[in-house]
Design a protein around this ligand. Structure first.
Ligand code: GLC
Length: 724
């Protein structure tokens, strides 16, 4: 009886909730329709384009204020005036979170959600309606200048790490704006290049993160990319925007163009973006937004009957839906910024995102070590303190702890810490012999050398070493370590073989003797405002590293499929994605090509043992949920976290498929000696591929292998199943 009452009560509560949501939707629709009815055509057109650097038009007469946007994916950008000049204010210091690829390296979905919550909270506190992130473009070449802002070479990992981020942001009454839709995988000629991509590669590699954002995170806005895809600009592509996003995925939010990414009036009015943002047409400092494609010429096109006003109304509906969702017409809860909790989250993401690539028993730093020489310009560099900082994703950090500060704060009382800069970041891109000599001398008299170098994404002189740093609108020319850091590391190692190399950057550096002589290698990406503390905590063993590579690290850029099979960056007009679906480990593992460190690789100070896969059957139908579990034991001396990765391999398929594909993962925290059972469940999506002939996702009956491991190449257990 009691159970029956409970069930009825739950049903009633669910019904009330559901009807409340339904009622809210109805009332929102009714309000939207009533607003549209009151608007003049001129007022509607004013909402379809920028009204300043980071706002689009409102209708003051009807109480519709401008839509306010801000970059960026890892922190709320500094205040810009309506004509782009930076405001001189102290009110826009922000939490500088570790960049996207650092977050992806945590493989921690929950951390992604908290990250989004912090970013959304700070955007709300700064009165923004839209935060222009996450950046999710697939990393098909290590040369892309914006890889530091993105997440991975793998679509599943990118999707999983974006979902929490988007939900976290939007729970703060701010719209996330996932970007850049789609196939914006290079900076070279980004404003005009035509990415020629097969539909199968689009579906299996480049679209999944956007699909997940719409279907599983209910993202409220999407930014269209600068480039063309298969001959059509993204901002006016009926196939990409209406057929895929709206009809297939059910997207009903606002489509916002990248800045200057709209190229037509009629095409865009009829099936393009809802809001044209931009700078090129601003004619700064006296911006004239009436010249935008969706401004006067759009008004004329409708007035003359060339384009039906219903297309305009549909765009207004999308924009107003976003405005209602961010509570622009209601009381928005005021959130916080620059709190200790936000800074603690930045530290946590850095600690879990830093990847220990190599460790020849030198880390964590042993007690017997007394004198530590910290050497390298990145040990003292504050990337956010430069006038140019990676482009639009810049953050005016409230503070930024450098590696040297972190090491001094954490280790200063127990160790003798000394420093030498070793190299300078200069146009000449050459070693400074005096600095080298000074650094070598210091290394000689120390017990341990911690070299801190790699790439930069904060610099002053925008012409400096074109294409040699992590930044928007530039691709790297190669992966050679700058300023002859490699030679410096080799000389330091001759002087003192106990050397640890800590490398910053959105990509690896070309591996060689410098990495061979380094007894340990840490890749720290751009670890945010608490990066120095995180690096120190890991070096000293206060934190056990758990990060795993979200990209493959091959020896040099020419080893990557976009350079071997595909094109990068293409020619003046076109870049052919000939590698197709074979991006990253899908290429290296399928074509048996060498990598230095594989996708999913990352060491710990402890050891994890994998039990057998426990799976109840080996025969399944396509509609079955395939459940299995595996015991993981921490058999080492440190508490730690392991990222258990699940790959699927289709042993017989009519189309060539990758040797394996990541289809699930779990990050588990285990005290030393502890064992946990990790459970997995795969549905048909994990076994299907996109068939361009039938234009359907299909699971072909036959044998599949399920591989469980600690990286794409460190497979611990496998089992075979048959799907009938
Ligand atoms: C830039 C970037 C985009 C950014 C926008 C606004 O060109 O491509 O990511 O959000 O303009 O700054």
């Amino acid at each position: 009886m009691r159970k029956a009452i409970l069930i009825i009560a739950v049903a009633i509560i669910y019904q009330i909730n559901y009807s409340n949501i339904f009622a809210q939707e109805i009332s929102m629709q009714e309000k939207i329709e009533s607003l549209i009815k009151k608007m003049t055509l001129e007022e509607k057109i004013g909402m379809l384009h920028a009204s300043s650097s980071f706002t689009s038009g409102g209708v003051e007469r009807l109480g519709v204020t401008e839509l306010i946007m801000s970059d960026g994916p890892h922190g709320v950008r500094r205040e810009h005036g309506r004509d782009w000049e930076a405001d001189e204010t102290d009110e826009d210091f922000a939490t500088y979170l570790p960049t996207g690829i650092t977050l992806a390296s945590t493989w921690n979905r929950e951390l992604g959600y908290v990250y989004g919550t912090v970013l959304g909270s700070e955007a709300n506190a700064r009165n923004k309606d839209v935060i222009l992130g996450p950046g999710v473009n697939i990393i098909r070449s290590p040369l892309n200048g914006r890889n530091f802002e993105y997440m991975s070479e793998d679509p599943y990992l990118t999707a999983e790490m974006s979902i929490g981020y988007i939900k976290g942001v939007q729970e703060q009454e701010v719209a996330a704006c996932i970007k850049h839709y789609v196939a914006n995988n290079q900076e070279t000629l980004r404003g005009s290049i035509d990415a020629v991509v097969s539909e199968r590669a689009l579906r299996e590699i480049y679209l999944p993160a956007f699909k997940a954002a719409v279907e599983r995170a209910d993202v409220w806005s999407i930014m269209t990319a600068y480039n063309k895809v298969n001959g059509i600009f993204c901002s006016e592509s009926d196939f990409l925007l209406n057929q895929i996003l709206k009809q297939e995925y059910g997207f009903d939010g606002a489509l916002i163009s990248d800045w200057g990414a709209v190229h037509s009036t009629k095409e865009t009015l009829m099936h393009g973006v809802d809001i044209e943002m931009g700078t090129e047409l601003n004619m700064l400092p006296n911006a004239d937004y009436t010249k935008f494609f969706l401004a006067d010429s759009a008004y004329e096109a409708v007035k003359k009957g060339e384009v039906d006003e219903k297309f305009v109304d549909e765009k207004i509906r999308s924009i107003l839906r976003l405005m209602f969702r961010v509570k622009k017409f209601d009381e928005r809860v005021k959130r916080e910024m620059n709190t200790p909790e936000h800074q603690a989250l930045a530290l946590k993401v850095a600690e879990e995102g830093i990847v220990l690539l190599k460790n020849e028993n030198i880390l964590p730093i042993q007690k017997k070590v007394k004198k530590i020489a910290v050497i390298g310009n990145n040990a003292i560099r504050k990337h956010t303190q430069y006038s140019i900082q990676g482009g639009s994703s810049q953050v005016k950090a409230l503070y930024e702890k450098t590696p040297l500060e972190g090491i001094q704060n954490v280790a200063g009382k127990d160790y003798e810490i000394s420093f030498a800069t070793g190299y300078l970041t200069t146009r000449e891109n050459k070693a400074d012999e005096k600095l080298v000599a000074e650094a070598v001398a210091l290394a000689k008299e120390s017990d341990l050398v911690v070299f801190v170098g790699g790439w930069v994404h904060g610099y002053d002189d925008s012409n400096w070493g074109e294409g040699t740093f992590d930044a928007e609108s530039l691709d790297k020319l190669n992966l050679d370590l700058l300023f002859e850091q490699d030679k410096l590391i080799e000389k330091l190692a001759e002087a003192n073989p106990n050397i640890v190399s800590v490398i910053f950057g959105g990509s690896s550096a070309k591996f060689g003797k410098w990495s061979d002589v380094s007894k340990a290698l840490l890749h720290v990406w751009y670890p945010g405002m608490e990066g120095g503390t995180a690096i120190a905590n890991i070096l000293l063993g206060i934190v056990n590293p758990s990060g795993k590579l979200p990209v493959s690290f091959a020896k040099d850029y020419l080893d990557y499929p976009s350079h071997v099979l595909g094109e990068y960056p293409g020619n003046e007009t076109t870049v052919n994605y000939n590698e197709d679906i074979f991006v990253g480990y899908r290429y290296f593992d399928t074509f048996d090509k060498l990598v230095v460190y594989p996708f999913g690789h990352g060491l710990s100070y402890t050891k994890f043992d994998y039990g057998k896969i426990n799976i109840p059957s080996i025969d399944y139908s396509k509609s079955d949920k395939i459940k299995f579990s595996i015991n993981i034991t921490n058999s080492g001396e440190f508490n730690g976290a392991e990222i258990v990765q699940v790959y699927v391999s289709d042993k017989e398929s009519s189309l060539r498929r990758p040797e394996k594909e990541l289809k699930s993962f779990e990050k588990i925290f285990l005290n030393k000696g502890e064992t946990k059972t990790v459970e997995f469940q795969l549905n048909k999506d994990a076994f299907s591929f996109y068939d361009p002939e039938t234009k359907k996702w299909i699971v072909e009956p036959g044998e599949f292998e399920i591989l469980v491991g600690a990286s794409a190449l460190d497979i611990k257990q496998t089992t075979f199943i048959t799907i009938n």
